[in-house]
Design a protein around this ligand. Sequence first.
Ligand code: ZN
Ligand code: ZN
Ligand code: FE
Length: 763
Amino acid sequence: MDAREIRIKGIVQGVGFRPFVYRLARRFDIKGKVLNDTEGVLIFAEAELARIDSFIRAIRDEAPRPAAINEILSHSVEPTGASDFTIVPSEHAEGEVTSMSPDIATCENCLAELFDIDDRRYGYPFINCTHCGPRYSIIRGLPYDRPQTSMAIFEMCDDCRTEYEEVLDRRFHAQPNACELCGPRYSLLDGAGEPVKCSDPIFEACNMLSDGKVVAVKGIGGFHLMADATNPATVEILRDRKRRPSKPFALMVRDIGVAKMLCEVSDAEADELGSPAAPIVLLKLRKNPAFELPSSIAPGLDQLGLFLPYAPVHYLLFAATGLPCLIATSGNRRDEPIACDNDEVVRDLQGIADAFLVHNRDIVGRTDDSVGFIFEDNLILVRRSRGYVPKSSELPLSGPPVLATGADLKGCFALTRRKDAFLSPYLGDLTGEKSVELFEEVLERYLSWLKVKPEALVCDLHPDYMSTVLAEKYSNQWGVPLYRIQHHFAHALSVMAEFNLPDEPCLAVALDGHGYGGDGTIWGGEFLLTRYDEFERLGHIFQVPQLGGDKAAIDTRRMALSWLYAAFGEDALQRVPKLFENLGGEADLLLDIARRNLPPTTSSTGRLFDAVACLAGICCENTFEGECPQKLMAAVDFSEKNAYDFAITSNILDPRPVITQIIADIESGVSANIIAAKFHRGLAHGIVEMAAKLCDEHSLTGILLTGGVFQNRVLLELVVNGLRKRKLKPHWNRSIPPGDAGVALGQALFGINKLRADDRDNS
Ligand code: ZN
Ligand code: ZN
Ligand code: FE
């Protein structure tokens, strides 16, 4: 008889892993035990060696769907003569905690029971099992056990307890296990937050939805504002109440069939929609006269964010309303994280929601819906939250723990433990008070889960960022060093970190809206030579004044004017006069700033997109972040194969000739769709030329594409293909957002590398 100790690391807790191991042990006639500890799952297996090997293989091959095994280690131990195989209850041992499971969309088995009239959980909106249900959102402490979750206050009834204790049951140790008798419940509040007396609150809420009303629905990670997406009047009312004139609404669709009626859905996209994480996937709208939604859902855009129901309550809403799709937008105030507390929501959304469908289980970890799109069959996450946090990313370096505080616009921190970086969920815009509170609250939880004490802080170079202020505070409080790192360099390192690239020079193409340059200018169109510890700015987009500073990011006529001045000088205002008509005297003032080339000047690619969208007459105001660039992308006519010519001079990618060509096109009546296409092609071509030139000069082959601009799939595709044709090897962010929510990961890599270097210097 042989015996082995088997250690399994990864997401193996809270996903039914121990019962799975137990069932396999029975199948292979293995004796011993399995237990959860703070490092993952530990198994003692006694049998003949060959059987143990098959057992380990089966663990790897047959693991339940939401589990993710990172590592299986095993070594020989002394047999103890065990006579059976047992599951040992969790121990609250000191030390490290394994990675936790994210929230998991309702599984097929639970769904079948939900609609089975003979099942005891028929219609029960909190049905779950070890393969699905809430995890991150209900966990207060680790290890993951019921008393450490917001299910602790619900005493299991006898039936639930029996399932929970029966090893062969699908609900064995399902921590959120519950039923109608013993578990959480929904109730309905009216628009003023007063309880509505009714026997079936969900059914009542459905009546309201069918009636064109707006209902705030408490789900897994927070509240959604829900409304009938097929009713134009309802969409208008919601836009009006939310003061949200044109930002697209995400839609929850009844099933994949509805998704396919609304949008083009590839196999990869369908897989992603139906994955355990169930993110919002941005899909290309299709023209379908048989099923058209009000154009006010996503005005001027060619894509729609769709997702499938992922909590039992969502399925019940669709079943009772019979609606094909519901607007499901985060219940929050602008740029704030999703709201999750009953009282908070009633306070914040009064006047917006006609009713509140709430429940009595606390949401401990609030998470927004994650958002992504498919490129070359892989998901690129734009927002990484529910379904993905708190999964860790493996860094190419191991070192002492580091806290990186990210950037402000898309709040997200990274906390590391050895090789693993744990990114926080999306925290909202850190200029808001609530986001900062949430930052500190989530950080506290992460620190206690991971049981680490950071030995360094890393933040952005920007002195006024809230993320910088927070980093300074913690650095003082903990008495540890603070490293500051340039924004676009951190973007670049986020790609090196995500793909575990070695510490060898790469060319980073970092394109975004803005980042603090450190030289008094705003950066955002950067070509950087990067290594783990330093970077060199090899080139950038031509810099022009950002007329009126931050205002120019909203009123994009200002950037249009700045670029016109750069291209035409004093003639600028005369080129597209009607654009500037109602700027009045301000136009001359702005022109004067341009003339004197006053700071701040910017190399921002986002602002260049703004200017072109405005000049082409597509959109002159960003009522939400990225509106002009997204509409410019949506306008692209793919049949157009011509491109505008950027100039490349002494490492400057210069769009001035493009502005001249655009004006010539406008004057000869070329359509906005053609202009949009020629701009995208021209920019991609310019980026590829510039990158190829710099790679050649510096003997580089690896290219990192990063920054929010690469959320533009048209540009990304053109650039990737162009680089490949030049035999260059591009990498771009996927599981880590290319936008500012990914910056923290790059910062973390920088910090670990720096600590290791400092250690070497000191020894
Ligand atoms: Zn289930
Ligand atoms: Zn029960
Ligand atoms: Fe950025």
